[in-house]
Design a protein around this ligand. Structure first.
Ligand code: COA
Length: 374
């Protein structure tokens, strides 16, 4: 038996997948064989969600049916809405959304059925209801009335509508849609691997997604987009940025939104998201965040040769769109539910219990002394 330890499963290939491919050498990411950049320019998020879940891009009829299905599943039960209203205003929205998905399982009539058909139905329900749960908390914690979903709006438009009561300009909606496409899937990252690990015991999709949300929350994973914004707020103005980032590096601090386990020469998603961040900044007539963004990035690349990951441009983009900082990672959840669900279904289709080994480094074998002898 090879007992070499690969901490963090570094460089270990644990299974096959047909969902996405990360190719760091050529700085490329494909979903089901399509480059994400291409998908961002030619598709709306719902088409990409369909692709990830079903393996092929939809034709008009398939898309219409998928959209109809998603829109018909958007409403939350009164019970869940009441539960959300009662949640503490100080809670982190990631914990709220993790709890909301868990609550959805209590009401789902297919909860005990792990067949491919039932799993697809449950995936679409979780996908459709999560934005409603998130926007309900967005509003109730501000003391505002919950806004019900609107069937005539797209996934992205509807989320803005449920949060703010109106749909912003096309440029803003497109930038949001692009961010969701870029966040939708990324092979065996930690939250996806968590979802697959939970599934491997033949547990259900609600449990696997609940666990994946907990995993995504961490600042080394999805939580980084929030941390980027906290960092930018600490920097305050472009004039401070150069000194701030150099000082952070002198102190050997980890700078959020930079670095990646797989990409070492740059994240394939960044150029596209950066383009849309700059578009949003233009619409919002913002120069401050763009300037801070460029200064910090230039120092990181020059001094450390560490490149930004996708969380670096999404952070300030969501801020300029008007979302509270602690809602950034839950927005990531709304999108990644598609990728997690595809992996959960793939794991179910060719399951093998995930159970690695460990090397014991504790006390050697010893005798139990009776209580009065210790
Ligand atoms: N800021 C400063 N230094 C960084 C860094 C960052 N964001 N990311 C990596 N490094 C440095 C490490 O300190 C380490 O330096 P050392 O060799 O002198 O010790 C070296 O680069 C290798 O980093 P390591 O942590 O071993 O890489 P990893 O593959 O285990 O980690 C991340 C990848 C994502 C966990 C790491 O880059 C990170 O913590 N980034 C910030 C969080 C983030 O943005 N996460 C979102 C990822 S999409």
């Amino acid at each position: 038996m090879n007992d070499e330890i690969k901490k963090g499963l570094l460089g270990i290939v644990v299974d096959e997948t047909t969902v996405s491919q990360v190719m760091p050498d050529i700085n490329s990411l494909t979903y089901r064989g399509y480059a994400v950049q291409d998908l961002c320019e030619k598709c709306i998020f719902e088409e990409v969600a369909y692709l990830i879940l079903n393996g092929e891009l939809p034709n008009k009829k398939q898309l219409k049916k998928f959209i109809k299905n998603e829109r018909s599943e958007r409403n939350l039960s009164k019970q869940i809405l009441n539960d959300i209203k009662k949640m503490p205003k100080t809670a982190h929205p990631m914990d709220v959304i993790r709890t909301a998905v868990s609550l959805m399982s209590l009401e789902d009539k297919d909860v005990r059925d792990n067949s491919p058909t039932a799993n697809m139905k449950k995936a679409i329900r979780i996908f459709a209801k999560t934005p409603a749960a998130l926007s309900a908390y967005f509003r109730t914690r501000k003391g505002k009335k919950i806004i019900n979903p609107k069937k005539k709006l797209t996934f992205s438009e509807n989320f803005f509508y449920m949060c703010f009561g109106k749909v912003p300009s096309r440029d803003i909606v497109k930038a949001f849609d692009v961010s969701l496409i870029l966040y939708a899937e990324h092979s065996f990252n930690v939250s996806t691997f968590t979802a697959r690990t939970i599934t491997s015991s033949l547990s259900d999709i609600h449990g696997a997604i609940t666990g994946a949300i907990a995993s995504l929350k961490g600042p080394l994973h999805g939580g980084a987009n929030e941390e980027v914004m906290y960092m930018m707020n600490k920097i305050k103005k472009p004039n401070n940025a150069f000194k701030w980032i150099n000082k952070a590096l002198d102190k050997k601090e980890v700078v959020m939104g930079f670095g990646h386990r797989v990409y070492k020469k740059g994240d394939s998603r960044v150029p596209t998201m950066e383009k849309y961040f700059k578009k949003v900044a233009k619409v919002k007539a913002d120069k401050k965040f763009i300037k801070i963004y460029d200064i910090v990035k230039n120092v990181m690349v020059k001094r450390k040769n560490i490149h930004p990951n996708v969380d670096y441009p999404t952070g300030p983009t969501y801020h300029l769109m008007g979302f509270d900082t602690d809602f950034f990672t839950p927005i990531f959840v709304m999108s990644r539910i598609t990728g997690w669900s595809a992996h959960i279904m793939e794991q179910h289709a060719a399951n093998k219990l995930i159970r690695p080994l460990s090397k014991y480094s504790g006390e050697s074998h010893r005798k139990v002394m009776l209580l009065n002898q210790r």
